[in-house]
Write a protein that binds this ligand. Structure first.
Ligand code: ADP
Length: 610
């Protein structure tokens, strides 16, 4: 017996503002949706071709029926074997041509669906990039992966197995019922009505699938997210002995996915019996009426055989559509999440202006960076992370941002790079409002050296070329030298071609930081935001990194997010931030000489060291 684990409340899975999870409640999911079909744009001709091939396949099924009926009629009439052979030959030819057409149909539809999926993946990648780090940071990676990877696969199956099939089925049923009507109107009408009854099952059950599908597309991404999180944090779970507890949570989520699956299965299969009954009724009625018509001399025995074979052909497309419906259902369920991502509006709209590095040289006395009365709430109703915050960095100046954890220092960097858009106030770079700038131009002009540099799986050179794709080996080596990182590659077996491991896990935190500094040398942005590493690197590395950052800062305008007061003494100005407010601005000597938040921070720092 399956022990029922804690049932997860849908409401707990639906996180407001996260965009990915689907609203539960409304139950209607469309079978054919204009927007989903639009994802197949460019494949219209192929889908039309597939429909034609599929219709030919159906026509050959009917032709086979006619030939078999003719052959049997000949045999029953006592014809010579030699007279039957050409008919048998024709049946074999029909089978051969049909196999070739089915093969063509399958390979072409797989290729078309593959192209649709490929284009969709590229579109989603561009969209997720445009939505930016602010959006991506609010998503759970496992959930995002389920929608982006599994969702696209389901949509691929929808195009591969459903779209053309649906049209072929409708055409075939219409054609076969029309043929029956010609042979005998009464049989045609009865079979036609019963086929519609058989097809009504999936059409009705479809109306009830929406809730189950949305449940599945909420439960499955939540399970993936939890799973990925657990794998990534496996060592933390071990340290706290929390693996078993987490395992229970995963079990509950797994049970939730199973529940969703079972609910879908129950609805999906509910109509199977009515379908079989309607099919059997169509066959029995056709035989019954057919025999009566034969007795009355209204139809020939060949026509009766033909009727029996055609009834099977009228039901075949309904059965095939039923199989295809399963994929349509999954595809349409997936499409909701995928379209939701495609519909999401990037927080930052792009402007058209570009900055050339020459437009704000250090010597012309212009303001490099300015936040003017900026207020930012991460979510409506939150306390502001920045509250009417004004900060300026002049050209060539080095300004440090200090304040306790949670003061809003990282948020300042995020609004500068337009990862988040403030609700009020303005942000200017080189005197231009960032809203008017192309994002690429902004991000090439403002270099960021983050606290914990992200290194991609690959070589040191791959990671450096992110900053400048055309960098030569010599340029990379110079950048590494300036970042005091040459010794890292000297120690590695393959120099620049050495693999850094997943997320750079073959390097220490300090080494990753220096690779990030080398990247900043390669980007050569005139403005820098340095997010000083809080992670404790040893004193020796700290000094090396500080010296590299000092070299990097020469000739640039720098905003330094300082987590240690020891590094800010030589800043031109220090901005003291607390609770999203700018409390004070001045040099170290200036601020240290008067009572205030900076003095308190200094005292606390000294107390910590002693
Ligand atoms: P600091 O860098 O000074 O430690 P942050 O700028 O990271 O501070 O954070 C300022 C405030 O904004 C904090 O209260 C923090 O919890 C909140 N915050 C930071 N990032 C986010 C985010 N992505 N979503 C919601 N709140 C956030």
């Amino acid at each position: 017996m399956r022990t029922r684990t804690r049932r997860i409340d849908d409401a707990a899975l639906v996180q407001p503002g996260r965009g990915l999870t689907l609203r539960t409640g409304a139950s209607r999911i469309r079978l054919v949706d204009r927007r989903v079909l639009a994802l197949g744009r460019g494949e219209g001709a192929v889908i039309a071709g597939l429909t034609a091939i599929g219709s030919m396949v159906s026509a050959l099924f009917v032709a086979q029926g006619v030939l078999v009926a003719r052959t049997l009629a000949l045999v029953f009439d006592g014809a010579e074997f030699a007279a039957v052979v050409p008919w048998l030959g024709a049946i074999v030819a029909v089978l051969a041509v049909r196999s070739a057409l089915v093969w063509t149909y399958q390979t072409r539809s797989a290729a078309a669906a593959g192209r649709v999926a490929g284009r969709l993946r590229s579109r989603l990648y561009r969209q997720v990039t445009d939505l930016g780090p602010g959006w991506a940071g609010g998503q759970r990676s496992g959930a995002l992966q389920t929608t982006l990877v599994d969702g696209v696969e389901q949509i691929e199956s929808y195009f591969r197995l459903f779209v053309a099939q649906l049209i072929v089925s409708l055409l075939t049923v219409a054609g076969v019922v029309a043929a029956l009507l010609v042979i005998d109107p009464l049989i045609g009408v009865v079979v036609g009505v019963l086929v519609v009854v058989a097809a009504a099952g999936p059409a009705i059950s479809w109306r009830f699938l929406g809730t189950g599908l949305r449940h599945w597309w909420t439960a499955a991404p939540a399970l993936s997210a939890e799973f990925v999180d657990s794998m990534q944090g496996a060592s933390t779970l071990k340290i706290f002995g929390a693996s078993a507890l987490r395992g229970e949570d995963l079990k509950a989520r797994s049970a939730d996915v199973l529940d969703a699956n079972m609910a879908l299965n129950r609805v999906e299969h509910a109509w199977l019996q009515p379908f079989s009954l309607a099919g059997a009724a169509a066959g029995v009625s056709a035989i019954w009426i057919g025999i009566a018509r034969l007795d009355a001399g209204a139809i020939s025995s060949t026509s009766l055989l033909l009727v029996l074979l055609l009834v099977g052909e009228a039901l075949r497309p309904v059965a095939e559509t039923k199989r295809a419906l399963h994929f349509a259902m999954q595809g349409m369920g997936a499409a909701e999440g995928v379209l939701e991502i495609l519909d999401a509006e990037p927080a930052a709209r792009e402007g058209e202006l570009t900055l050339s590095h020459g437009t704000f040289g250090v010597s012309d006395g212009r303001t490099a960076l300015a936040l003017d009365g900026v207020t930012l709430r991460y979510r409506p109703g939150d306390e502001p992370a920045l509250d009417r915050c004004s900060i300026e960095v002049g050209a060539g100046e080095r300004v440090a941002l200090v304040g306790p954890s949670g003061a809003g220092k990282t948020t300042v960097a995020s609004v500068l790079l337009r990862f988040f858009v403030p609700q009020s106030g303005s942000v200017r770079v080189g005197g231009i409002d960032v809203a008017q700038l192309e994002l690429d131009s902004l991000r090439h002009s403002v270099g960021l050296v983050p606290q914990d540099a992200y290194l991609f799986t690959g070589t040191i050179a791959d990671n450096l070329r992110l900053a400048r794709p055309d960098a030569s080996e010599a340029e990379m080596l110079t950048a590494l030298e300036q970042a005091a990182a040459l010794e890292i590659i000297a120690r590695l077996p393959d120099g620049l071609a050495s693999d850094v491991g997943e997320r750079g896990n073959r390097l220490s935190g300090g080494e990753r930081q220096r690779i990030a500094i080398a990247r900043a040398f390669l980007t050569d942005a005139p403005i820098l935001v340095l997010d000083e590493a809080t992670s404790s690197v040893d004193v020796e590395s700290e000094r090396t990194i500080q010296a590299a950052l000092d070299r990097l800062s020469v000739g640039r305008s720098v905003l330094m997010i300082a987590h240690r007061l020891s590094t800010v003494r030589h800043a031109d100005r220090i901005v003291v931030l607390d609770n999203g407010h700018v409390l004070d601005i001045g040099t170290h000597d200036d601020l240290a000489s008067r009572p205030g938040r900076y003095r308190q921070l200094l005292d606390a720092d000294q107390a910590d060291r002693s």
